[in-house]
Design a protein around this ligand. Sequence first.
Ligand SMILES: NC(=O)c1ccc[n+]([C@@H]2O[C@H](COP(=O)([O-])OP(=O)(O)OC[C@H]3O[C@@H](n4cnc5c(N)ncnc54)[C@H](OP(=O)(O)O)[C@@H]3O)[C@@H](O)[C@H]2O)c1
Length: 269
Amino acid sequence: MASLNGKVVLITGASSGFGAAAARLFAREGCRVVLSARRKERLEDLAEEIRADGGKALAIACDVTRQEDIEALVKATLDAWGRIDVLFNNAGFGRLKWLDELAPAEDIDQQIDVNLRGAIQMARAVLPHMYAQGSGHILNMSSVAGWIASPLYSVYAATKFGLRGFTEALRREAAPFGVHVTGIYPGPAHTEFGHHTGNEAFKEQLAAPDWLSMSAEHVARAAVRLVKHPWLRRIILPWWFHPLLWLNSHCPRLVDFFLGQFTRRQRQR
Ligand SMILES: NC(=O)c1ccc[n+]([C@@H]2O[C@H](COP(=O)([O-])OP(=O)(O)OC[C@H]3O[C@@H](n4cnc5c(N)ncnc54)[C@H](OP(=O)(O)O)[C@@H]3O)[C@@H](O)[C@H]2O)c1
């Protein structure tokens, strides 16, 4: 997909962070962007900003844990613009807690429902339209936590590893129909992600230092690059996570030791 001009790009989690930054960039590429998330006012403001900049944007509220919202979102997009070229499955959040301290419903089920089940159901809802078009691209937002699982992020890591497996399987399943499926795996970045960890005490201690964190725009640029060059299949960023991933595969005891020491010091009991 060399030029994105005129493509319809549906973005979940577009009310802040990577999703909002990606919406601005896709719109600047000439795409018609559909902004979805739960906070409608934020979406309306962003859609207004994009239109004022000469772009085309629709704001549609959608909670990805609700099947009826997903179906309404896809229908509203098709009613408005007749097609869906790109789905950016980006909505998600992470709780930073020991497993035994995660609440069964609002921490465990909700993370699985948003990060994994929501992304799967969104993909399932758009695929028939992409198959009928004979083209399309589903870009799934995983994380480096989909490669290296850290203590305190056990369920978050499970969702992001799960999304990586889903991405790989669906890539092979959808390719014969002209539909690309790719994954993006960012490390720490400046977004509102840290507001939803549910753990103020650890947030300060375990937050990546500022100089290690990427901007939301940096990650969004990688998302646009991946949609333009689907043969890349995945982008892991920043670059220095590549040697860490290698260490995790080939010297897991070293990584166990490091992550264990680092988090044990923070244990509050
Ligand atoms: N920041 C990082 O360090 C980092 C690193 C790697 C991967 N990620 C991943 O990047 C993605 C975006 O996160 P972010 O860092 O940009 O954080 P963010 O600023 O908090 O954005 C999260 C987005 O997800 C949406 N969302 C949450 N629950 C939702 C639901 N039930 N239905 C629909 N939308 C929902 C939020 O919108 P509403 O609240 O308005 O619904 C918001 O737009 C997530 O999948 C996250 O796991 C983040």
